[in-house]
Design a binder for this molecule. Structure first.
Ligand SMILES: [Zn+2]
Length: 230
């Protein structure tokens, strides 16, 4: 004999177990909450326990959803970017302001920092900071390495992509992913060298990798790190 009810946008299921010693609330998925309780515990008591902890349970839902969003990550209040162009500031409202190439992210101290609302706003503020940093660092670093190793390319485009870190077109335009800024400097250099070598060799032949190795002797290790997301 199970009891069910709907609370806000959750389906709640109560189950009694002979051997259960306490009331336990489990978030089964985005919409289902399971409440288990000892056999002799009244439903009313279990329900009161659930209501008392409902806000906490809902915040788990936010975090779960956030983890499930592809490419999303959980930001902490002391998150920083490579060149420190993102400032996270406790305030009394949620807003993002960009001034002289610095992104100021204000959040309401009363809000849960890990709620979807705050995390999503911070995600777009982070993207703004990445664009600023990519615009100054990636372009000048590519230019520096091209001169150093004697490569030439036409134009560089900065993009926010989910899968590729860089590419080189048939006519030697180079695309770079702004998310590269989330990686170490040596990994960034490897990607830049990789695309520069593509201006001369369009495929991934043995000759291509030998050329990459000339400028980036530990490219195998860096490539592995890039794949593992570190
Ligand atoms: Zn390639």
């Amino acid at each position: 004999m199970n009891k069910k009810e709907i609370i806000e946008d959750f389906q709640v299921e109560y189950k009694k177990y002979t051997f259960s010693k306490s009331i336990k609330v489990t978030l089964k998925n985005d919409n289902l909450i399971l409440v288990t309780m000892p056999y002799f515990c009244p439903y009313k008591t279990a329900r009161e326990f659930l209501i008392k902890n409902f806000e906490k349970i809902k915040s788990f839902k936010d975090i779960e959803n956030f983890k499930n969003t592809k490419g999303a990550k959980k930001y902490s209040p002391n998150f920083t970017t490579k060149f420190d162009t993102l400032k996270i500031i406790p305030s009394n409202e949620l807003k993002t302001i960009t001034k002289r190439n610095i992104v100021y992210f204000y959040y309401n101290k009363e809000d849960d920092f890990y709620s979807l609302k705050v995390q999503n706003e911070l995600k777009s503020a982070h993207l703004k900071a990445l664009r600023i940093e990519a615009g100054s660092y990636l372009t000048s670093r590519l230019d520096f390495l091209a001169k150093k190793y004697n490569f030439s390319y036409r134009k560089v485009f900065l993009k926010n992509q989910k899968t590729r870190f860089g590419s080189c077109s048939f006519c030697n335009n180079i695309n770079l992913n702004i998310n590269l800024l989330n990686y170490d400097f040596d990994i960034i250099d490897y990607v830049l060298v990789h695309e520069l070598v593509h201006t001369k060799i369009k495929n991934h032949s043995k000759a291509f990798w030998l050329e990459v190795e000339k400028y980036c002797p530990n490219y195998k290790e860096l490539r592995k790190k890039l794949k593992n997301g570190s």
